[in-house]
Design a protein. Structure first.
Length: 425
């Protein structure tokens, strides 16, 4: 029996001592009602909320969980280093080893810098591009997420127009709009930022077209600007190299985070030779950026990335889920839009402008032990099994029947109030 009394009581206490009860992407405010806010443990592909309800977790911590929560080998490396020394007066030699490994795996990269969060890495990319070119303007895709610093946070409260000065936007995969943005930058272009795939919230996901990716490369070369691919979310989930190795385009800088240490806190900026000096001459640091234990975990994660079939596995599991969900939807009279690579799926309903079908379906899944997300891309991890996918499909079938029996539903009120409901889908 699914219950949520502990979650409710924690939420009430949180209201008193945490602004808004919770903030950022960890707030469940915009998820279907009753989504748990607090969790007590996680293991492999599973997650237990504060009330002890168990879920197959298709959010994977919003990306960090690639090989399974609490992976034994990765955590053993982490714990052993933690006991030897973690946050010290200087880095351990593991920093050099991790830099050697990542630059040998990622074909565009000749050097690495480490930090804590994805935002640290994207912000360093911005600074290095401006330092390299001595120019100001960056060209970015509209709606792409690059972190929560004043220059890029999606909600403008607390930022000034100056924080976002010298930014010009284009439409992902639209070569003409990219060219127009670069033209507008004139002789002031420092960088083009690109997400490895279009993985924006609330809308269909898209792979980059080779024409778009190649044109971005050419435009940077013509202007002497740097091409930045933000691989914080998708990195090593689509390839054992930069995600744009899939389209044969090498960026100058790439930002990494989330999965690179399977949940231990570390992120990275990788760069090409030509940007080395620009990287060496910005001031960048953080109290925890040089901690050794997450580096030990990252080294173990890199080994698993090189030596296991995790990539083919997560792709095959994702395909199995996608195909089964389409069949279950059809059986129940629904049609889904499943977009993005199968291992990073986004699942929406056709004919669901108010997202009410999606919310009802996700809520029914959640109450039956499957944690899906109605408008953010999800993640397949290598700890999932075919049995997990097949169980998910059975539960999904039941959840489709719940939505079908509910009949027409009003648009999701909390999204309507916030003006979030997309009218172009
Ligand atoms: C999560 C994310 C970031 C920011 O990473 P944080 O660790 O949350 O600072 C940047 N870019 C992309 C594409 C992300 O998904």
């Amino acid at each position: 029996m699914w219950t949520n009394s502990e979650d409710k009581s924690l939420r009430e206490r949180a209201e008193a001592v945490i602004p808004g009860g919770m903030y950022g992407h960890q707030s469940v405010r915009l998820l279907p009602d009753d989504y748990p806010q607090f969790f007590e443990r996680a293991s492999g592909a599973y997650l237990w909320d504060a009330d002890g309800n168990k879920y197959i977790d298709y959010m994977c911590g919003y990306g960090p969980n690639l090989f399974g929560y609490g992976h034994e080998g990765i955590d053993a490396a982490y714990i052993a280093q933690l006991k030897k020394g973690d946050t010290m007066t200087g880095p351990s030699g593991l920093m050099v080893e991790l830099a050697e490994q990542m630059t040998s795996m990622v074909s565009h990269a000749d050097w690495a810098m480490f930090c804590k969060n994805g935002t640290d890495a994207t912000t360093m990319a911005l600074m290095i591009a401006r330092n390299f070119t001595r120019k100001k303007t960056i060209v970015l895709a509209k709606g792409a997420y690059h972190g929560a610093a004043p220059w890029c946070t999606p909600l403008k409260n607390g930022t000034t127009p100056n924080d976002r000065a010298n930014q010009i936007f284009y439409t992902y995969n639209d070569v003409e709009s990219l060219e127009a943005a670069v033209k507008e930058a004139g002789d002031d272009l420092a960088a083009i930022f690109a997400a490895p795939i279009k993985h924006d919230t609330f809308i269909d996901q898209e792979d980059p077209t080779p024409e778009y990716a190649r044109r971005a490369r050419e435009l940077c070369d013509e202007a002497g600007a740097l091409l930045v691919v933000d691989d914080v979310r998708a990195g090593f989930r689509l390839a054992r190299d930069s995600s744009w190795s899939r389209v044969g385009v090498k960026p100058d800088l790439s930002s990494w985070g989330k999965a690179i240490a399977n949940g231990h806190p570390i992120s990275a900026l990788l760069g090409a030779e030509k940007a080395r000096n620009a990287g060496a001459t910005i001031y960048a640091t953080g109290s925890y950026w040089f901690s050794a234990a997450p580096m030990a975990a990252a080294i173990e994660t890199m080994k698993l990335i090189r030596e296991t079939d995790y990539l083919e596995r997560t792709q095959a599991l994702g395909q199995r889920l996608r195909k089964g969900l389409d069949e279950a939807a059809n059986r129940n009279g629904f049609a889904l839009r499943q977009t993005g690579p199968a291992e990073l799926p986004l699942i929406m309903f056709n004919d669901d402008p108010g997202l009410s079908k999606g919310y009802a379906w996700n809520q029914a899944l959640m109450k039956r032990g499957v944690y899906f997300h109605p408008w953010h891309n999800m993640f397949i991890c290598a700890a999932m099994t075919e049995a997990d996918i097949d169980h998910t499909l059975d539960v999904a079938d039941e959840a489709f029947r719940v939505v079908r029996d509910a009949g027409p539903l009003p648009p999701v009120e909390k999204l309507a109030i916030l003006g979030i409901l997309a009218d172009d889908n």
